[in-house]
Design a protein. Structure first.
Length: 97
């Protein structure tokens, strides 16, 4: 019997076989939404000193760090593994936020 992932999508479990497809779909949705947000932010730029890219990068990093910490129940090692970064790197980033 194959292991089941505890990922919820439309109230049903996703099998390991469908994980890759599910991740591709999530990345596609993410890209579409980010494109829309980028377009809106760039059109609303007030002055040339606004560093929109840097601010968006910081925000996305913070959101992913917060989510990984919640999922891992504040276990830095597990959160770092979810993010694919070193535990020490995550610790430094947590101090920054």
């Amino acid at each position: 019997m194959k292991n089941r992932l505890k990922l919820f999508h439309d109230d049903h479990m996703i099998s390991n076989d469908n994980k890759s497809l599910h991740n591709k779909e999530l990345y596609n949705i993410f890209e579409i939404k980010i494109e829309h947000i980028a377009h809106s932010l760039l059109l609303s730029k007030v002055n040339d000193k606004d560093n929109i890219l840097s601010e968006v990068q910081k925000l996305i990093e913070k959101v992913f760090i917060d989510s990984s910490m919640k999922i891992s129940k504040n276990n830095i090692s597990k959160a770092a593994a979810l993010l694919g970064i070193n535990r020490n790197t995550l610790s430094k980033k947590l101090k920054k936020y």
